[in-house]
Design a protein around this ligand. Structure first.
Ligand SMILES: Nc1ncnc2c1ncn2[C@@H]1O[C@H](COP(=O)(O)OP(=O)(O)OP(=O)(O)O)[C@@H](O)[C@H]1O
Ligand code: NI
Length: 293
């Protein structure tokens, strides 16, 4: 059996003002290498908590029980000395911090992270080329010249118009969609095996959203990355993912192939999510036209 990460009995409890919030309850989930997996559910269902747990980024105040086992070969990069597999256990002594370049690195097992708000992950006073180059320099051991060359290639790959001048642009000079393209470039700059997009398109209008989804799809295919796509939008998830995991109140209520989830959900809750979508948008879920990235 090939698995990238194996999540077993994962329970996450936040402590706040003396009370406890069970954000995830006994989650059992395997992530397969190279798959596009969507995590869906309404606000507060625990999606971001799962993403943070997977990336090892939960705040210290969170209590973590259960385990996440990794079966990841380190990417063939300079300085990657990680063992081929590893384990994060409840208690999280291995806990890491996310630097401002969206790279979570657990012993070389790099994970790229894209958030809803690109402004939160981009430095407002640093040119975007430098921000991307810094990721490449730090994580791949490149010189500045090599790192800038890589940054330019990445800006081309995320289809920013005029990559040469974009290198010198500051975030405020870019549109929301362009900023998200830069954030994605930074997230993949170190060649992560796993890309986590947490509501990465939710703040964008529908057309830009479709473009960013198409971009993520293309980059994931080109680099052979595994994708964890987090969204409250079942239609968007169905467009992109091969498998969908449905969360509700911190529990994994349904998990299966996209076709099965969309065409024959077993849970009333999934049905309700689908019906809510159909009320809003009559287009069939699985057959919406796909824009080119
Ligand atoms: N740092 C925190 N401290 C305390 N409680 C938290 C913290 N982060 C999240 N929670 C709580 O944990 C639960 C799950 O939150 P989480 O952010 O994982 O949900 P979500 O599905 O990502 O929601 P959304 O779609 O709104 O982003 C919620 O009840 C939330 O209020
Ligand atoms: Ni969230």
């Amino acid at each position: 059996m090939t698995v990238l990460a194996s999540i077993r009995d994962l329970t996450v409890t936040y402590r706040r003002d003396g009370s406890e919030v069970a954000a995830l309850k006994n989650i059992i989930l395997d992530i397969q290498p190279g798959e596009r997996l969507a995590i869906i559910g309404e606000s507060g269902s625990g999606k971001s908590t799962l993403a943070l747990a997977i990336a090892g980024l939960l705040p210290a105040s969170a209590r973590i029980e259960g385990s996440i086992d990794w079966f990841m070969r380190s990417p063939p990069t300079l300085g990657a000395k990680a063992p081929p597999s590893g384990r994060i256990e409840g208690g999280g002594k291995d806990r890491l911090s996310l630097n401002r370049h969206n790279q979570a690195s657990l012993g070389g097992r790099d994970i790229g992270f894209v958030f809803q708000d690109p402004s939160a992950s981009l430095d407002p006073v640093m040119a975007v080329g430098k921000q991307i180059a810094e990721v490449a320099r730090t994580h791949l051991g490149l010189t500045w010249a090599q790192a800038y060359a890589k940054a330019k290639t990445l800006l081309e790959r995320v289809r920013l118009p005029d990559p040469d001048s974009a290198l010198h642009a500051f975030p405020h000079q870019l549109s929301g969609g362009q900023k998200q393209r830069v954030a994605i470039a930074a997230a993949i700059a170190a060649g992560p095996k796993l890309l986590i997009a947490d509501e990465a398109t939710s703040a964008l209008d529908t057309i830009v959203q479709a473009e960013i989804v198409a971009l993520i799809r293309r980059l994931v295919a080109e680099d052979g990355m595994t994708l964890l796509f987090i969204s409250h939008d079942i239609a968007l998830a169905a467009e992109l993912a091969e498998r969908i995991a449905v969360f509700r109140h911190g529990e994994l209520v349904e998990f299966g192939k996209t076709e099965q989830i969309v065409e024959a959900p077993t849970q009333a809750y999934t049905r309700a999510l689908l019906d809510a979508h159909i009320d809003l948008d009559a287009e069939p879920l699985l057959h919406r036209s796909r824009l080119n990235a």
